[in-house]
Write a protein that binds this ligand. Structure first.
Ligand SMILES: Cc1ncc(COP(=O)(O)O)c(C=O)c1O
Length: 389
């Protein structure tokens, strides 16, 4: 039998990435550092900032983002899971790494060995971490996650006080660094958010009445910190705004943050076509008149959502132009009309600006009927990444 060694996608790409990439994702680290500083200064009197850098810093590059945040004086970082935490720890020995999402019991050893601070909400996990800590002769720092209405992870808000009391009583190797919860609809449902806030506040007050005062109380993400208008205690967990993006196109935040991500590609083909020509899979775009159709080498496999078929906007020749037809795996077509000459190799901007014309992440997300977070997490999957400083 012959064995064939397959390369992973990543390996196939790395050799040729620098020379033959089809798009470029550039990350403006000066803008990112500016955002971190501005946000930290704005909130300084009331709260510390934890920079949320999970999912490769929402597609912006985890290590580079953490280095920017450290320069801006931020020292706490939120990642999704232990895997991400270990990656971050291996590149950045400095800073507290908080693991925001679910942890499996078998991860307790890694948590202890690398001084990770997980969100904890089950007795099983507390017991496991406590036992491993005992074995290693260390103490583990954790944040207790309260479910105040999200229905995801967390100890139910009406059982949280008892949970914390038991933790302090039975698990001496655990240090409770803080308690936290997460809003389900901070940007859209004030009444429900208020209810969540009150449930969380009640937990804090009941703990206080038992003489339990903790170092960190945290509830707020970007929307809760800048839009909701409820008190946000002494630590906030911020992601999307640090990348210069509002949580939704409709959300107004009066802070001079700068966009960090720019994504561009180049024209690979142009053709003049007559009126009435179907374009792309399914022929869903019919040229309304004689026009120029350009092809770009980016599709849904690059993270450009298929839902932008016949809706997406790109900037080419300093003008905003419409995606014509379905977004395919590796290509899109764009109707650029006949009023401007465009050649193979000319730049096309998918996110960002070109002179005076631009397409923002928020607008693109709105057109794709998704949220900005999903756009940046996926953008530029096959792109060459450039960090500008
Ligand atoms: C638990 C938790 N806290 C904070 C954040 C940061 O939210 P935002 O990016 O809206 O600031 C997230 C992001 O999803 C999260 O899951």
């Amino acid at each position: 039998m012959t064995h064939i060694a397959f390369q992973s996608n990543r390996d196939i790409h790395t050799d040729s990435y620098e020379r033959y990439h089809t798009s470029v994702l550039s990350i403006d680290l000066n803008a990112l550092e500016h955002n971190y500083r501005l946000i930290k200064e704005t909130l300084a009197v009331r709260a510390d900032v934890m920079a949320i850098v999970k999912a490769n810093a929402y597609g912006h590059g985890m290590i580079e983002s953490v280095n920017c945040a450290l320069r801006a004086g931020i020292t706490q970082f939120g990642v999704a899971n232990v895997n991400e935490a270990l990656y971050l720890r291996s590149h950045c020995p400095k800073g507290a790494i908080v693991v925001l999402d679910a942890n499996f019991p078998e991860e307790a050893e890694a948590i202890l060995m690398h001084d990770l601070h997980p969100f904890v909400y089950s007795h099983e996990m507390l017991a496991r971490i406590n036992a491993v800590a005992e074995l290693l002769g260390r103490r583990a720092s954790v944040h207790i996650k309260v479910d105040s209405g999200m229905g995801r992870i967390g100890v139910q808000y009406d059982q949280a006080v008892e949970f914390i009391i038991q933790c302090r009583r039975y698990f001496p190797n655990i240090i409770i660094k803080g308690i936290c919860t997460h809003f389900a609809a901070a940007e859209s449902d004030k009444a429900f958010s208020q209810k969540q806030w009150e449930r969380f506040y009640k937990v804090i007050k009941e703990l206080e009445s038992q003489g339990i005062i903790l170092e960190n109380y945290h509830i707020a993400n970007t929307s809760a910190s800048f839009v909701l208008g409820l008190p946000y205690f002494n630590l906030v967990r911020l992601g999307i705004l640090t990348y210069g993006i509002r949580p939704r196109q409709t959300v107004q935040i009066d802070l001079a943050v700068k966009p960090v991500m720019r994504w561009s590609t180049r024209v690979i083909h142009t053709k003049i076509v007559e009126k009435g020509l179907p374009i792309g899979y399914g022929g869903t775009y019919i040229t309304p008149e004689k026009t120029c159709i350009i092809t770009i080498p980016v599709g849904y496999a690059d993270g450009y959502p298929r839902s932008l078929s016949n809706r997406g906007i790109v900037v080419v020749g300093n003008k905003r132009r419409l995606i014509a037809g379905r977004v395919a795996m590796d290509h899109c077509m764009v109707d650029i009309g006949l009023d401007m000459p465009v050649s193979v190799g000319d730049e096309v901007v998918l996110i960002g600006s070109q002179n005076d014309a631009s397409i923002t992440v928020e607008e693109l997300a709105n057109l794709a009927e998704t949220i900005p977070y999903e756009i940046t997490c996926n953008a530029g999957k096959r792109a060459r990444r450039i960090f500008l400083q």
